[in-house]
Design a protein around this ligand. Structure first.
Ligand SMILES: O=C(O)C(=O)C[C@]1(C(=O)O)C=C[C@@H](O)C=C1
Length: 365
C-alpha cells in the first residue's frame, strides 16, 4: 500500500519541551464542578500539556450517559482560561465540529467508532475544509490499517496538516486481559509508513482497568511513542462513564513520575558496540534466508515427486507431527511458543504455495 500525507511536526501545535505529549482529563465532562476540580488538579501536577474531555459520547447501548453536549463547552472554555491548557474533545459529526470551534476548542479527535465509517470521516473532512485545527485520529475499532490510513488521507485532503494518530487498541471478540487488544504491530506499521506522524498511546482504552495502565503506558514509551492520552477524573469511582479505567489526578501524577522515557537513538558512545552487534545480526539473517532457500528447494523436489505420483500437496499427518516437534524444539531453545508456531505456519503455507505451483506445472522433458 502506498499513500502520502503532508504532516506538520507536533511542535507546530503543542509545546511539550521535547518530552512526550500528555493529554489528560475525564472520560466525560459531567458537571461544571467535576470539570473544574479535575482540570485544576491536573494542571497542578505540571505534567499535562492538553486537557481532554468527552462532550459527545458514542455508547454501545442506548440508555447510557451520552455526554452533556453543547452545555459542557462553556465549562471547558472557562477551565482553558483558568489553567491555560489547550482543550481537546471528540467530534463525530459536522455539527460537533462547528460547535467545538465556536467555543474555541483547540484540538479535535475522531473516535474509533467514527474512523470505521468513511462516510462519517468524509463528512468531518468537509466540515474541516479551510480550518486550521489539529486533528487526532483514533484507530478504527477493527484491526484494519487501510481504514485508519484512509481517514488520515481524507482529513489531510481537507487541508489539515496538524495530524496525529491515537492508538487505542482493537475490539476483542472474546474476553481478554485488556478491554481492547493493543496489536502493537498495526501502530508500528503505520509509524513505519509515516515516520513523521505523531503516535499517541491511549492506555485507558486498551487497559479498561486502572491496574493495567502503567504497563501499557510504559510499553508505548518503550516503542518511542510521541505521547499518551490518559483518562483522569477527580472522583473516578463515581464517574458517569468508564469508571474502571479512570484514575485520580494524584494517581496519574504518580504514574507519570514512574514512567521511563526512552532515548529515540543510541548515543555516540555505543555506536561501535552497536555496529558490531548489528553486523552479527546481518550475517545471521543472511544465513537464515539461505537455510530457508535450501528448505524451499527440498520442498520443490517433494512437490515434483507429488505431481509425478499424483499425491496430495497437504500432508496432514506429517504437518501435525512437524508442528509438535518444532514447538518442542523451540521450547528447548527458549523461544516464544507463539512465535515458533506462527513461524512454522508461515513456512508451511509457503511450502503449500510452492508445491501448488509445481503441481500445476508441466514436468521438464
Ligand atoms: O512432508 C511433505 O510432504 C512436504 O511436502 C513438506 C511440508 C513442509 O513444508 O514441511 C509441506 C507440505 C505438507 O503439508 C507437509 C510438510
Amino acid at each position: 500500500m502506498s499513500a502520502t500525507l503532508e504532516i506538520l511536526p507536533m511542535s507546530s501545535w503543542v509545546d511539550t519541551g521535547g518530552k512526550p505529549l500528555v493529554i489528560a482529563g475525564p472520560c466525560s465532562a459531567e458537571t461544571e464542578e467535576q470539570v473544574w476540580e479535575t482540570a485544576t488538579q491536573i494542571k497542578a501536577l505540571g505534567y499535562a500539556n492538553v486537557l481532554r474531555a468527552g462532550v459527545w459520547k458514542p455508547r454501545t447501548r442506548p440508555g447510557s450517559f451520552e455526554g452533556m453536549g453543547e452545555a459542557a463547552l462553556p465549562w471547558l472554555a472557562a477551565v482553558k482560561k483558568e489553567t491555560g491548557l489547550p482543550i481537546a474533545v471528540e467530534v463525530a459529526t459536522p455539527q460537533h465540529v462547528e460547535l467545538a470551534l465556536k467555543y474555541g476548542i483547540d484540538i479535535l479527535w475522531i473516535g474509533a467508532r467514527t474512523t470505521v465509517n468513511p462516510f462519517n470521516v468524509q463528512d468531518l473532512a468537509d466540515a474541516l475544509q479551510g480550518v486550521d485545527v489539529p486533528v487526532l485520529i483514533k484507530n478504527p475499532v477493527n484491526p484494519d490499517l487501510a481504514l485508519w490510513i484512509g481517514a488520515f488521507e481524507r482529513i489531510n485532503r481537507a487541508g489539515i496538516k496538524k495530524l496525529g494518530a491515537i492508538h487505542r487498541g482493537f475490539s476483542n471478540a472474546q474476553e481478554t486481559k485488556y478491554r481492547n487488544s493493543p496489536m502493537w504491530n498495526i501502530a508500528i506499521e503505520l509509524k513505519t509508513m509515516f515516520p513523521e506522524l505523531p503516535m499517541i498511546g491511549d492506555p485507558s482504552h486498551m487497559a479498561g482497568k486502572r491496574a493495567y495502565l502503567f504497563e501499557i503506558a510504559q510499553r508505548a514509551l518503550d516503542l518511542n511513542y510521541d505521547g499518551l492520552i490518559i483518562e483522569s477524573h477527580c472522583n473516578p469511582d463515581k464517574a458517569w462513564s468508564d469508571a474502571a479505567q479512570q484514575l485520580t489526578p494524584a494517581a496519574l501524577g504518580e504514574m507519570l513520575h514512574e514512567l521511563h522515557v526512552r532515548k529515540p537513538e543510541y548515543g555516540t558512545d555505543y555506536i561501535n558496540q552497536l555496529e558490531q552487534l548489528r553486523s552479527k545480526l546481518d550475517n545471521l539473517d543472511r544465513e537464515l534466508l539461505e537455510i530457508l532457500g535450501t528448505r524451499m528447494s527440498l520442498v520443490e523436489q517433494l512437490g515434483e515427486y507429488k505431481r509425478d505420483n499424483n499425491v496430495a500437496v497437504l500432508q496432514m499427518d506429517r504437518w501435525r507431527q512437524l508442528r509438535k516437534n518444532r514447538a518442542d524444539l523451540g521450547k528447548q531453545m527458549n523461544l516464544y511458543p507463539d512465535f515458533v508456531e506462527e513461524l512454522f505456519e508461515l513456512i508451511h503455507m509457503a511450502s503449500i504455495r510452492k508445491q501448488t505451483e509445481v503441481m500445476n506445472s508441466t514436468p521438464a522433458a
